[in-house]
Design a protein around this ligand. Structure first.
Ligand SMILES: [Fe+2]
Ligand SMILES: [Fe+2]
Length: 220
């Protein structure tokens, strides 16, 4: 049963099937995870009771891992092997596709000019961010660092997550909500489909850190 007065981040952590529903309705459960679900829905013109129903339907068909009930070290393994490796694999490919689209279709009004440089900057920032997590914060949490010992690095990582959220909004805007124009070639279409997937994965990634891993490290 979903309590619509609960925050998006806490619902996403305790009812993991909800993240698909939140993504579907563009409700920000990662950087905007502290918002109450009822407020977020009202703000977006959605009925909170309907969204709660959708989550229940989603939960009836699949039950993703409850990472909030697993040891932090297992969650770190999952974050690194799934999200970090996924970004290192996929983002350079999308950057190349964006460069090609801008090079070949730069004269068309619908061309997402500037997208490649945004992706290049994002790749740079995310690479540095993930290295800091893997080499410092995650090592500290694995070693039993809790509370004040990890408070500062967690604050810095969360600020950087806000910046990543801002970058995602900019990318979605320049890529016209990931809906390709009728004249888009196959690369252009694949680029927008890939970016939409990247957005969903990065939101889930940030959610697993902000709403599941970090609160456990801070409160343990
Ligand atoms: Fe991460
Ligand atoms: Fe992160």
């Amino acid at each position: 049963m979903i309590d619509t007065n609960d925050t998006l981040g806490h619902i996403a952590a305790t009812h993991p099937a909800s993240t698909l529903v939140f993504l579907r309705h563009q409700l920000d459960f990662c950087c905007g995870g502290r918002q109450r679900m009822a407020d977020a829905c009202t703000g977006a013109g959605l009925d909170p009771a309907k969204i709660a129903e959708e989550i229940a339907t989603e939960e009836a068909t699949r039950s993703p891992e409850r990472w909030d009930e697993r040891p932090p070290a297992a969650l770190i393994d999952f974050i690194v092997s799934h999200y970090h490796e996924g970004l290192r694999r996929d983002l350079p490919v999308l950057l190349q596709a964006a460069q090609k689209v801008e090079r070949v279709h730069g004269q068309k009004a619908s061309c997402p000019r500037g997208l490649a440089s945004m992706l290049e900057q994002m790749l740079d920032e995310l690479t540095q961010h993930m290295t800091k997590e893997e080499q410092m914060l995650f090592v500290a949490i694995r070693g039993g660092g809790r509370g004040n010992a990890v408070h500062m690095p967690i604050r810095v990582m969360m600020q950087e997550h806000d910046d990543h959220g801002e970058s995602l909004r900019g990318i979605r805007e320049i890529a016209t909500g990931f809906v390709p124009p009728p004249e888009a070639c196959a690369t252009w279409r694949a680029l927008y489909a890939g970016l939409e997937k990247l957005e969903a994965e990065l939101m889930e990634h940030i959610h697993h850190e902000n709403n599941v891993l970090f609160p456990r490290a801070l409160n343990a």
